[in-house]
Design a protein around this ligand. Structure first.
Ligand SMILES: *Cc1c(COP(=O)(O)O)cnc(C)c1O
Length: 396
């Protein structure tokens, strides 16, 4: 028997891995020191823990520990990257390139910067949410100071050609920022190979705790300079003042170590689970549509539209037993097709009817089979009472 409710919403957040929790616990007890306390063992110990975590974080992305700045999460990192670069490089230019399907923490920051006089190009990505690197190249002007493209999308799981874009950015001498909140721990991320200058991610999307994240800032060719958002004690080389979140940092470090070790095997296992879920559902149901790219996508992401069925009604039908998401988690309070699905141009039939299954570390085959069965049952039932479905059937 499967244990209910089943969690299949790993793009929203992930549970803390037991190994991560274990590593964090001492920081709530005897190792509670302030990492900035320079004059006693409590502080020294906390600092040692922080520096160990910094090395673990740097290792998974092939960076130098000196290039890691701890933040409160990917939202803060994204804000810092865009605003910090816009401010620091305003004499060089005032143009930023991004895409329409970025996370809100990029899009809303870009909109804010537009009000401050920055010009922003939002590249379109239909039909699979995949960006064409050549379009990025064409959008670059003498005024361009930053390209910001996410590694993997949080709704449809599409994985972008980051290495190709990085190459173009380097050729053109434009800084390249990547939001890797969904990519970390799920696909390899290498700031050297991908020629990334700034990288954001968050611990809670990779089996670490909430409220802690990273901004990677390249220190060598080129040395990236950035205006800080927070001022105060000068922590994190002045890039991010405020007492360090030692428990969070230790958890993030451990989460990176575990992710690095597990990634090859885990991504394969989760991909098999996703394929099983997709096959189970598509065997039984007609008129479904896979949103996002069929191949270039996160192993655990299955975003499906069920024609003639409101995504919200489907969700309501299963929400007591299965945690999945319709649209993006951050806007799930509103009932409208998400801007990401709108950007794909899938058409009315499928735009309102999407469900995002996000598979992760603790899902099992039994859970996948259970979820597929529930979804099939509810879609059948909802279609039965759908006037539109009836009309279409008789029209055939
Ligand atoms: C979750 C997420 C964020 C925001 O992360 P927080 O930790 O909530 O700040 C940013 N970008 C993407 C792609 C995400 O999935």
């Amino acid at each position: 028997m499967v244990k209910l409710p089943i969690y299949m919403d790993y793009h929203s957040t992930t549970p803390v891995d037991p190994r991560v929790l274990e590593a964090m616990l001492p920081t709530f007890k005897d190792r509670f020191g302030n990492a900035a306390s320079r004059n006693h063992p409590f502080g020294w110990e906390a600092e040692k823990l922080v520096e160990k975590a910094r090395a673990q974080v740097a290792h998974i992305i092939h960076a130098d520990p000196k290039e890691i700045v701890f933040t409160s999460g990917a939202t803060e990192s994204n804000n810092t990257a865009l605003k910090g670069i816009a401010e620091m490089y305003h004499e060089k230019g005032n143009h930023i390139i991004t895409q329409t399907t970025e996370h809100k923490s990029i899009l809303d920051t870009a909109k804010y910067l537009e009000k401050k006089g920055i010009r922003v190009t939002y590249l379109s990505v239909a039909p699979y949410g995949l960006i064409d690197p050549e379009k990025v190249r064409e959008a670059i002007t003498d005024e361009t100071i930053l390209i910001s493209i996410m590694a993997a999308n949080n709704e449809i799981g599409t994985v972008q050609p980051i290495e190709e874009i990085g190459k173009i950015a380097k050729e053109k001498g434009v800084l390249f920022h990547v939001d890797a909140a969904q990519a970390m721990g799920r696909i390899p991320v290498d700031v050297e190979k991908m020629k990334i200058d700034l990288l954001s991610f968050s611990a809670h999307k990779m089996y670490g705790p909430k409220g802690i994240g990273v901004l990677y800032i390249r220190r060598q060719n080129p040395r990236v300079r950035l205006a800080a958002m927070f001022h105060g004690g000068g922590h994190e080389k002045g890039m991010r003042s405020g007492t360090l979140n030692v428990p969070g940092i230790v958890g993030l470090g451990k989460a990176c170590e575990v992710a690095e070790e597990e990634l090859p095997r885990e991504s394969e296992r989760i991909l098999r689970l996703r394929e099983r879920l997709y096959q189970n559902i598509s065997k039984e149901l007609q008129d479904i549509h896979l949103n996002g790219h069929p191949k270039n996508r996160l192993p655990g992401n299955l975003n499906l539209s069920f024609a003639y069925v409101e995504g919200e009604s489907l969700l309501m039908g299963i929400s007591e037993e299965v945690a999945v998401s319709s649209g993006s988690a951050c806007s799930s309070a509103r009932v409208e097709p998400s801007y990401v699905l709108k950007a794909l141009d899938t058409g009315e039939k499928f735009a309102h009817t999407s469900v995002r299954f996000g598979l992760g570390r603790f899902n099992t085959e039994e859970e996948v089979d259970y979820v597929a069965k529930q979804v099939i049952e509810i879609v059948d039932r909802l279609r039965e009472i759908s006037p539109l479905y009836e009309a279409t059937k008789h029209g055939k």
